[in-house]
Design a protein around this ligand. Structure first.
Ligand code: ATP
Ligand code: MG
Length: 586
């Protein structure tokens, strides 16, 4: 491709509305342009990177035995009513009526395709003999994200690879899951990403049933916890704190319980400032609605409650913070003054609450707290649970190491679904005895665009992007320094042609910067766009019979005799591809 014939609108200035490096660089390098909040056009360079990621994903899906199909983005809302997700998804689900002749059809734009694929399999597969099967597609997904941001990291329309496995039993599900997990490791390695599989919310199967693949990045939207000595890693929702359940008993020595006047001090910080205590001496009492019943959740003042853990501890379907009206009904006080003493609703306490001696907590009375509150005397608990977000003070739940916090970008997710959709949509199979059972399903997503954004976020320097060969829009950038110099152009044209003819089958693709522009300008753009290998053809070099070769990551260019240049390009790229391939798990 010739630069003059494509569309690569590079920008010198940093766009003011782009907050993070990947967004800035993808705009500046002419990969994307915004259409509206959360919607972007991929320009030719950006789209080539997307297509290369897609090809890798497709290749690995096929390698692990998944079969490609293609489902429509526009789906009947009826299926979503059957699964119940029409309500669960809330505002993120884009749905509307369309007119068909004299009737209205209610449709949704698929944010994922469990409903459609389960309905398909329910109709086409009847017997255990036809299972297991895993299908996948690469399709546009729609989600009305509340806060689309960071460029193409989070958009309302994006390319997802979604795969679904169907099997007869847990063994088939586990096998499909393990194969997919392995395929994901190969995908992200081949894309050149540094990534970490982390344990995520387990859902109905429990245990080790869901992993997210995270690319560590300061600007990542997800928070993860990982051990500094073993490979335990989990998202913060899921992360265990590694604290054993304590013995519940009243402390040997305790102060008197006292009432403290705390006007307008409804937050932990305000109370601590007012009465001079440390947050870890406070019991934070949060009123939740758990399956519509009020529950008071107790965590230490310096800890954050974890709703997923609360849901698991109570085996509940829904957990949400109570509204002010409920809080007043339950505690008799406005929000900010709840405490466990004398509360009539059920108490659910975190392990770390049990050990607080002479605690400070709300008095269930406006502008009042209690000090000297102790378990066994002032309130009682039968047991305690892990109910909070892990922190870096926590021990690892798997070894003697300790936990660290990091941020990450979620590029993929694998999940053992169980029978949720197969039951709702009647995907049943007959076993050897002609008995019917719901199929066991898994679902597996990869954000194609997000891989490109995550690469831009984690692979750049102050001058611009640095692509790995595998997903670079072009592998080679050929720069004739002066397009008015006939000799230079003749040499560049012949290199351009020979790369196509001799190395095209090896996957080498080339972009020639044939613009009439100063060398300095072209070099700046070259660094910004970040094509891995640069070949520079100039009059001075040609006089010595050489052209210059420079990798994006090298400091200096090397001089290569003109007749050897295409072979050298082929050899060096092949060598680097081999090194990249060595990092891919077998
Ligand atoms: P997130 O937590 O980031 O909103 P999710 O957990 O809702 O994502 P999944 O349903 O697991 O997303 O979708 C599979 C993959 O699709 C994600 O791992 C992510 O890489 C990608 N993805 C999800 N939402 C978006 C989006 N709005 N824009 C781009 N990619 C997305
Ligand atoms: Mg996810």
């Amino acid at each position: 491709m010739r630069w003059s014939q494509t569309l690569i609108p590079t920008m010198k200035e940093i766009p003011s509305d782009a907050e993070i490096p990947s967004h800035q660089l993808m705009l500046r390098a002419g990969l994307i342009r915004q259409v509206m909040a959360g919607a972007y056009t991929y320009l030719p360079l950006g789209y080539r990177a997307v297509r290369k990621v897609e090809a890798i994903v497709r290749d690995e899906m096929e390698r692990c035995g998944a079969i490609e199909l293609f489902m429509p983005a526009l789906c009947p809302a009826e299926l979503w009513e059957q699964s119940g997700r029409i309500d669960d998804y809330g505002n993120a689900l884009i749905q509307f009526p369309i007119v068909r002749g004299d009737r209205q059809v209610h449709v949704v734009l698929g944010p994922t395709h469990e409903e459609v694929v389960t309905d398909l399999i329910a109709r086409q597969i009847k017997s255990y003999r036809q299972l297991p099967i895993t299908v996948f597609q690469i399709q546009t997904k729609f989600r009305n994200e509340e806060r689309p941001r960071f460029g193409v990291m989070r958009t309302s329309e994006f390319q997802m690879k979604d795969a679904y496995s169907f099997g007869t039993d847990l063994e088939q599900l586990n096998h499909a899951y393990d194969q997919m997990y392995h395929a994901y490791r190969r995908v992200f390695s081949r894309c050149g990403l540094d990534y970490r599989p982390v344990e995520a919310e387990s859902g109905p199967i429990g245990g080790d049933a869901s992993h997210e693949f995270m690319v560590p990045a300061e600007n990542g939207e997800d928070e993860i916890v990982h051990c500094n000595s073993c490979d335990y890693a989990a998202n913060t929702e899921r992360a265990e704190t590694g604290r054993p359940a304590p013995q519940i008993a009243a402390p040997a020595q305790m102060a008197q319980q006292d009432s403290v006047h705390t006007p307008k001090a409804g937050s932990i910080e305000q109370v601590c400032n007012l009465i001079g205590c440390e947050p870890n001496r406070m019991i934070k009492t949060l009123i939740y609605r758990v399956d519509d019943q009020p529950v008071a959740v107790l965590v230490r003042g310096d800890h954050q409650a974890n709703e997923a853990k609360i849901r698991r501890a109570l085996d509940a379907d829904s957990v949400q913070l109570a509204d002010p009206k409920t809080i007043i009904e339950v505690t008799g006080a406005p929000p900010g003054f709840a405490g466990p003493v004398g509360l009539s609703c059920p108490l659910l306490a975190d392990h770390d609450v049990v050990g607080i001696v002479d605690a400070v907590t709300g008095a269930n009375q406006k502008d009042t707290h209690l000090s000297g509150v102790n378990i066994g005397r002032d309130y009682s608990l039968e047991n305690s649970h892990d109910l909070r977000m892990a922190t870096r003070e926590d021990p690892c739940p798997r070894c003697d190491g300790s936990l660290e916090l990091a941020r990450g970008i979620e590029v993929g997710h694998v999940f053992k679904l169980g029978t949720k959709y197969s039951t709702a949509l009647s995907a049943l199979y007959l076993d050897e005895n002609e008995d019917k059972h719901p199929m066991l399903m898994g679902c597996y997503g990869i954000g194609i665009n997000r891989i490109v954004a995550a690469t831009a976020e984690t692979s750049h320097d102050e001058h611009g992007l640095i692509w790995p060969l595998s997903i670079a829009p072009y592998q080679v950038l050929l720069i004739p320094l002066n397009i008015d110099d006939e000799e230079v152009m003749a040499a560049a044209e012949s290199i351009y042609r020979d790369i196509g003819e001799q190395l095209g089958s090896q996957g080498v693709d080339v972009l020639m910067d044939d613009r009439k522009a100063r060398p300095g300008f072209k070099f700046k753009d070259a660094d910004l766009v970040g094509i891995p290998l640069k070949i520079i053809v100039g009059g001075k070099g040609l006089a010595d019979g050489v052209v210059e070769l420079k990798w994006r990551t090298d400091d200096d260019a090397r001089r290569i005799p003109l007749p050897d240049v295409v072979a050298t390009i082929g050899e060096e790229i092949a060598a680097r591809v081999a090194i990249e391939a060595e990092a891919v798990p077998l």
